[in-house]
Design a protein around this ligand. Structure first.
Ligand code: UT7
Length: 320
């Protein structure tokens, strides 16, 4: 018995922001952004919300799966940008979909969130606790960015991607997850630490901070390492894998991973050029694109991998 992604869905906000448009507000240029990252455009939420985008992507996945919201047993939303501290984004998605029979909760594993959610959902289904799962990565990163800081605001975008999982004779073959909490501050976004009657300090509010070079070094080291581990566990080689679907942070990171694995870059589909880095939404949006354009076919072998704040990282090998 295995657990398989039987359907996908995605949703991007309507407003497209090009590098040139950003350069009208921030001291940057299309040349810098595209040569350092590969990003040319990103979608930015104006009226869209993390829950709203999650719901849209979920509806598309359920439609592809030909399942009704009442069939859904488990909903996991991976996000660092929920609309509310509580209720969770997953509980809000449950309510909006009318998925009244589901268990719903969020996971905060930043850009690795989709891979982490995949493994949790897989275990719920493998143990028989749930018969299926809707896992969603949804982010409105634009609301936690400092739009005066060119070192971060040019990198990210908003969006959501979903996958519907069920038992099958084939599907997820191996998953690797890891966390390096002691390095966590290299990519952080602070919440209130304290706020009560007895604290005289002003309440801190802040934006996302990133030591880009440290995260870059972590990514190019850890991403190939966990992909190799996941392929070894699956007893497959680079040659057996049809697509490597990586977190869409930077084209240079993806090229470096391809080089490290000695895999042709053509096996690494990229959406970052038009989405920017959408954290937990990056991998499921890329998967959905591959499915809907007909590139990803049943029986293909794929490896996915993501890395990000926490620090967290993960990889999985699947038969599609
Ligand atoms: O999803 C979470 C995972 N996050 C990532 O994977 C991000 C990983 N890191 C990266 O992708 C890269 O480190 C960045 C794209 C963030 C930065 O690229 P870099 O080649 O490491 O640039 P840098 O930070 O070393 O900055 C080089 C220069 C600096 O100027 P000086 O000090 O050399 O004069 C920056 O001030 O580029 C400057 N700079 C910019 N210039 C124009 C930084 N941001 C910008 C900008 N436009 N947007």
């Amino acid at each position: 018995m295995a657990v398989r992604i039987i359907a996908t869905g995605s949703f991007l906000p309507e407003k497209n922001v090009s590098n040139d448009e950003l350069a009208q507000y921030v001291d940057t240029s299309d040349e810098w952004i595209s040569s350092r990252t590969g990003i040319r455009n990103r979608r930015i939420a104006i009226t869209e919300t993390t829950t709203g985008m999650a719901v849209q992507s979920a509806r598309r996945a359920l439609e592809m799966a030909d399942r009704s919201p009442l069939d859904v047993d488990l909903i996991i939303v991976a996000t660092v940008t929920p609309d509310y501290g509580t209720p969770s984004a997953a509980c809000q998605v449950q309510a909006e979909l009318g998925a009244d029979h589901a268990i719903a909760f969020d996971i905060n594993a930043a850009c690795s969130g989709f891979v982490f959610a995949l493994n949790v959902a897989r275990m719920y289904i493998e143990t028989g606790y749930s018969t299926n799962a809707l896992i969603i990565g949804s982010e409105t990163l634009s609301k936690i960015l400092d739009w005066n800081r060119r070192d971060t605001c040019v990198l990210f975008g908003d969006g959501a991607g979903a996958a519907f999982l069920e038992k099958s004779d084939r599907g997820i073959i191996s998953v690797v997850q890891g966390s390096i909490g002691k390095k966590g501050m290299v990519l952080n976004f602070i919440n209130r630490k304290t706020n009560n009657l007895f604290v005289n300090e002003p309440v801190e509010t802040d934006y996302l901070h990133m030591d880009g070079q440290e995260v870059y070094k972590f990514a190019v080291r850890q991403c190939p390492k966990c992909l190799i581990e996941a392929m070894e566990q699956a007893q497959l080689t680079v040659e057996d894998i049809d697509y490597f679907v990586l977190h869409q942070a930077n084209v240079r990171i993806i090229e470096s991973v391809a080089k490290r694995l000695k895999a042709p870059i053509e096996k690494f589909p990229m959406s970052l050029g038009y989405t920017g880095n959408m954290s937990a939404a990056s991998v499921p949006v890329m998967l959905d694109q591959l499915v809907r354009e007909g590139s990803l076919k049943r029986g293909d072998k794929i490896a996915i991998s993501a890395f990000g704040a926490g620090l967290t990282y993960g990889a999985a090998v699947l038969e599609w």
